[in-house]
Design a protein around this ligand. Structure first.
Ligand code: GRF
Length: 205
């Protein structure tokens, strides 16, 4: 049984989508062992508790990055987490944190990386005038929104779009993409060629 740890800072819709996928059997052989928020008032914490999941608040305000990260990692290890999913976690991980879970930390970003990393990705996309945007689930490395790409899903950008319309359209795809990416990583049916993730062919018996 795989043990997932979810880190979030806010609304938590990606967390809920992952939890729904597990409950519906779309992510087999997995459970969410702990949800951790760095923000005390994150709605995702309440959503987790309502589902009967363990949800911890480890506030980051005023803490050093590594001091906070050490507490978060200790909680993840205490709950035997083997896959960490960042789901709207608005905090950069220290290199030390990243090294604790090699190729076992995923993040979702609301653009087709490497376009529009960082904050307000949907607003950046509208302002730039791209005709296609989307979302990316990637491995977390030491750089912001940078690690190897696992899944991307594209959406059109329409004339009438503002960042809110676009964000809604992308979010629906985020919820599908995260489940796809978790399944790829948990099955381990891939190889890394440089920063390229390639699915292995399934051998017929
Ligand atoms: C999503 O757009 C995600 O891509 C970004 O932060 C947002 C989190 O939304 N990293 P939610 O809290 O999962 O609803």
């Amino acid at each position: 049984m795989h043990s997932l740890g979810i880190l979030l800072s806010g609304r938590g819709s990606n967390f809920v989508a992952i939890a729904d996928s597990i409950d519906a059997g779309r992510i087999p052989d997995a459970k969410i062992s702990v949800v951790i928020s760095n923000k005390p008032d994150a709605p995702g914490v309440e959503a987790a508790r309502q589902r009967g999941l363990t949800a911890l608040v480890i506030p980051s305000k005023g803490r050093s990055r590594e001091g906070h990260d050490r507490e978060v990692v200790a909680a993840l290890k205490q709950h035997d987490v083997d896959l960490v999913c960042l789901a709207g976690y608005m905090r950069l991980l220290s290199p030390w944190f990243v090294q604790q879970f090699p190729h076992r930390i995923l993040n979702i970003h609301p653009s087709l990386l490497p376009a529009f990393p960082g904050l307000e990705a949907q607003e950046q996309a509208v302002a730039y005038g791209v005709k296609v945007s989307g979302c990316t689930v990637h491995f977390v490395d030491e750089e912001l929104d940078h690690g190897a790409i696992i899944v991307q899903r594209a959406v059109p950008v329409f004339n009438f779009d503002d960042e809110h319309y676009l964000a809604d359209r992308i979010l629906k795809q985020e919820h599908i993409a995260y489940t796809e990416a978790i399944n790829i990583v948990l099955r381990g049916n891939y190889e890394m060629v440089g920063r390229r993730l390639r699915m292995k062919k399934i051998k017929k018996k």
